[in-house]
Design a protein around this ligand. Structure first.
Ligand SMILES: Nc1ncnc2c1ncn2[C@@H]1O[C@H](COP(=O)(O)OP(=O)(O)OP(=O)(O)O)[C@@H](O)[C@H]1O
Ligand SMILES: [Mg+2]
Length: 340
């Protein structure tokens, strides 16, 4: 059974298997093309950074309308340019993972995102013995996991949901957090030295001290020895409303500008309401995007789109409060207001 399971490879694994040392991930040894940070990311003062001249298989696709947050982008750039280990923390749907991805896309840096959910185990990261065909014969070979693969080939790794990782996985990561951290593969009696282009990032909703908000079930406190090894920890929470409006408008070009402003205002009210303890569900920028997109799908029906994107996720007892926020922003009653 186990063999059969390993015969089904994800697209990424197939890509990995096809890559060999003779066929490097990037055409260059190191990034050499000089680019302007202010042109690429709209940050000031400008600085020149080195990028790869061409994208590779693992370079993320570019979102040309992506809106960069200055502080977060600077932190990520320090990660790429100076090989710093960067952890981004903040509420859900604020753009943590995509910020790293979009910086990599513009630097043509190969990058892999890995969700550290409870199913990722130590052997997924390190590797395992697998049966492969060699000259028509089935033989057992060690197939390296994502970690040695990224380290060998100079790929940036992002551990998403870092605060949900299992303890066995977290201890594998610990040593790598030192910038020249090498990985000991006990299974193979080998030590992997990171390629100079290898980078490590992580994103998390909590800061490793457990979840005080009640929003993030399934997260774990992070060992302080490990937290101590992240060179840069940056927060990315909700952006000012006018910036969020720009993001939504760039994503959903057909949305009406005035309506988007109201959507974002409503999202702001849910965040204030949450902070005051009035409601227990907050509307993330991701949800606002989903609302605007749903509206286009459902023939412009703002209310139905709202219900599907957000209201149905809320506690029934709190729906009247949320309907009241809706009334305040759009001057329209929802049936949920009547229920109150
Ligand atoms: N600054 C931004 N510019 C453009 N799109 C954005 C921006 N921030 C967030 N988005 C969009 O919002 C959605 C959520 O972003 P992302 O997945 O990066 O959030 P996250 O902070 O990693 O969330 P989670 O904590 O749930 O993992 C994506 O579709 C992303 O494209
Ligand atoms: Mg994320």
């Amino acid at each position: 059974m186990a063999v059969c399971a390993r015969l089904t490879f994800s697209k990424m694994e197939i890509n990995m298997i096809n890559q060999t040392d003779e066929n490097p991930i990037t055409p260059e040894e190191a990034p050499t093309k000089s680019v302007s940070a202010s042109k690429l990311f709209h940050i000031k003062p400008d600085m020149k950074i080195k990028a790869f001249s061409e994208p590779s298989t693992f370079t993320p696709a570019m979102d040309p309308d992506y809106h960069f947050n200055e502080e977060c982008t600077r932190a990520i750039l320090a990660g790429f340019v100076h090989n710093r280990r960067v952890l981004i923390q903040g509420y859900h749907g604020t753009g943590k993972s995509t910020h790293i991805e979009q910086v990599a896309a513009r630097l043509n840096w190969p990058l892999i995102r890995l969700n550290l959910d409870g199913h990722i185990s130590r052997i997924d990261l390190i590797g395992r013995d697998a049966i492969v065909l060699e000259e028509g014969k089935q033989v057992t070979r060690f197939r390296e996991g994502l970690l040695p693969f990224a380290m060998h080939h100079g790929i940036a790794l992002v551990f998403d949901e870092y605060d949900a990782g299992r303890p066995d996985v977290m201890f594998v990561i610990q040593r790598l957090l030192e910038s020249h951290g090498r990985l000991t593969l006990t299974e193979q009696n080998k030590v992997v030295t990171p390629h100079p282009n290898f980078r490590l990032f992580a994103t998390a909703n909590t800061i490793g001290l457990g979840d005080a908000s009640g929003l993030y079930h399934g997260t774990n406190p992070i060992n302080q020895g490990q937290m101590d090894r992240w060179n840069i920890v940056v927060q990315l929470n909700y952006l000012p409303q006018e910036e969020e409006v720009k993001i939504i408008r760039a994503k959903v070009a057909k949305a009406k500008p005035k309506e988007v402003e109201r959507m974002v205002r409503l999202a702001g009210l849910t965040r204030e309401g949450f902070a005051k303890g009035d409601i227990s569900t907050v509307m993330s920028p991701r949800t606002v995007i989903a609302w605007a997109e749903n509206q286009q799908i459902f023939g412009g029906d703002l209310v139905q789109a709202f219900r599907l994107a957000f209201l149905n996720k809320c506690d029934e007892l709190e729906r009247a409060t949320i309907a009241e926020y809706f009334q305040r922003c759009f001057g329209m009653e929802l049936p949920e207001t009547m229920a109150a």
